[in-house]
Design a protein around this ligand. Structure first.
Ligand SMILES: [Zn+2]
Length: 114
C-alpha cells in the first residue's frame, strides 16, 4: 500500500528551494507558479483553447513551454540548494529572483513588442 502511494505522489523536484523571507513576495509567487507549472506559457494557453503565437519570446526557436524555460534549471537549483549552508540559501534566493525577472522580461517582450 505504502509503495503504491509513493508511486502516485512523486517527490517535488524543487523541494529544497527555500522561499526565504528576504525575497520579494511577488518573486516567490512567480516561482511558485513556475514550480507548479501554472505560468501562462504558450503551451499552457493552448491547452485551455487560447490562440497565441507559438514561438518562445526569447529565442524564437521552440514552442514556449515551462520545460523549455526552466525545468532543467529547477532540478539543478534543487540539487544546489540542499542543506542549510549559506550557499544553498544564496542559490535559492538568486534562482527565485531570476525566475521572476525572466518572466517579467518575457511578458514585456510578448506584450509590449509583440
Ligand atoms: Zn527559447
Amino acid at each position: 500500500m505504502y509503495i503504491s502511494l509513493l508511486l502516485i505522489y512523486q517527490m517535488m523536484p524543487w523541494k529544497s528551494i527555500v522561499l526565504h523571507p528576504i525575497i520579494h513576495p511577488r518573486f516567490k509567487f512567480t516561482c511558485w507558479l513556475a514550480a507548479w507549472q501554472r505560468l501562462a506559457t504558450v503551451g499552457r494557453l493552448l491547452k485551455i483553447g487560447m490562440h497565441v503565437p507559438l514561438k518562445c519570446s526569447f529565442c524564437n526557436n521552440a514552442m514556449e513551454t515551462i520545460e523549455h524555460f526552466w525545468k532543467n534549471e529547477l532540478l539543478w537549483v534543487n540539487a544546489q540548494a540542499k542543506g542549510t549552508s549559506g550557499k544553498g540559501t544564496l542559490v535559492s534566493c538568486c534562482f527565485v529572483t531570476l525566475v521572476a525577472l525572466l518572466w517579467r522580461e518575457r511578458n514585456r517582450i510578448r506584450f509590449e513588442q509583440g
